[in-house]
Design a protein. Structure first.
Length: 322
């Protein structure tokens, strides 16, 4: 049985159920890298250029770990656009080339171009060609992709129950994942999923907030239509897919009194984050707000102190307004 490796980073949290199901339906064994740990982080920092953001550096570490797994192929999609008239961060477009140039002895790469900005014709052609590495039956390839979309939809629905994308994937894979308990505070948490849901990159911010008695509201838990309606109120349409979702979520949270405050988790060196954070802050008005900027040097103790101070401020505010 052929083996395909999928790094547990970047858009893994958005599309892993689709990718894994697609390959498994074609009779392929899928191997994902371990949860991010210190060794993966340090190896990624060593291999990647300094100018890259922290999540990209971590992705390099995951790729390096998979290289020692005896793979037949390594799956590194080139993410350009996942919807019409919108794009992903331009740095991600070059990640497969950066990895080829930086990591020796790579397994053969499967690197489809995911560009749905205008049409899905080329993307479908690429997925057909990938399938033909494992079978000559076009019907089987098409069915494998449709099954992948079905499983992705299952995971998307799990996030509506209060699970993060990472927890939804764990539940989808059969692991026991308890639902988070309600707290006396409800905090909107914004940021890119590949930062938020990686417990090392985010310094486990979601569970830290839950331990502090907070119910965490994430972008995935908001109705897509309402989010898009709020994002459409901007004078100019934001062409970054994830950025538009963050802005739409922030504006939605602003209008709901049940959201006590909003935290934006950004990564140092991320161009879109610096712009989106400024847009969100200007639009929120009097809504309590805090922006946390992280990189590989950020200490957990400092972040916890800031979270505790923010939660204490929100509780005092609720007492005054009660």
């Amino acid at each position: 049985m052929k083996k395909v490796g999928i790094p547990q980073g970047l858009f893994y949290y958005y599309y892993y159920p689709l990718w894994k199901t697609y390959f498994q339906e074609l009779g392929v064994e899928v191997i994902s890298s371990s949860d991010t740990n210190r060794k993966i982080v340090e190896r990624g920092i060593e291999l990647c250029v300094d100018e890259a953001c922290f999540p990209v550096k971590v992705y390099f570490g995951h790729v390096c770990e998979l290289c020692a797994c005896g793979l037949d192929y390594l799956f590194l999609p080139r993410m350009v656009s996942v919807e019409p008239r919108s794009y992903i961060c331009p740095k991600f477009m070059g990640v497969p080339d950066m990895i080829r140039a930086s990591i020796p002895d790579l397994p053969p790469l499967i690197s489809p171009v995911v560009d749905l900005s205008k049409t899905d014709k080329n993307y479908k052609r690429d997925m057909e060609q990938i399938g033909r590495l494992f079978t000559n039956r076009s019907a089987k390839i098409k069915q494998a992709y449709l099954r992948g979309l079905e499983e992705l939809d299952v995971c998307e629905k799990l996030t509506k129950t209060g699970l993060t994308r990472a927890e939804a994937i764990e539940r989808w894979e059969g692991k026991a994942v308890p639902l988070a308990m309600d707290g006396d505070l409800r905090i909107g948490l914004l940021g890119h999923g590949y930062s938020l849901y990686d417990r090392v990159i985010s310094l486990n911010i979601i569970n830290r907030l839950r331990e502090m008695g907070c119910q965490v509201q994430l972008t995935e838990m908001i109705d897509q239509r309402m989010m898009e309606e709020q994002a459409a109120t901007l004078p100019k349409r934001m062409f970054w897919t994830l950025g538009r979702k963050i802005v739409g979520s922030a504006l939605y949270m602003k209008e709901h009194p049940s959201i006590d405050g909003i935290i934006y988790l950004a990564c140092f060196g991320c161009g879109p984050d610096s712009l989106i954070g400024e847009v969100v802050e200007r639009k929120l008005g009097n809504k309590p707000w805090m922006m946390l900027t992280l990189d590989e040097h950020t200490g957990e103790a400092g972040m916890i102190t800031r979270l505790e101070a923010f939660c204490d401020m929100l509780r005092r505010r609720k007492m005054v307004n009660a």
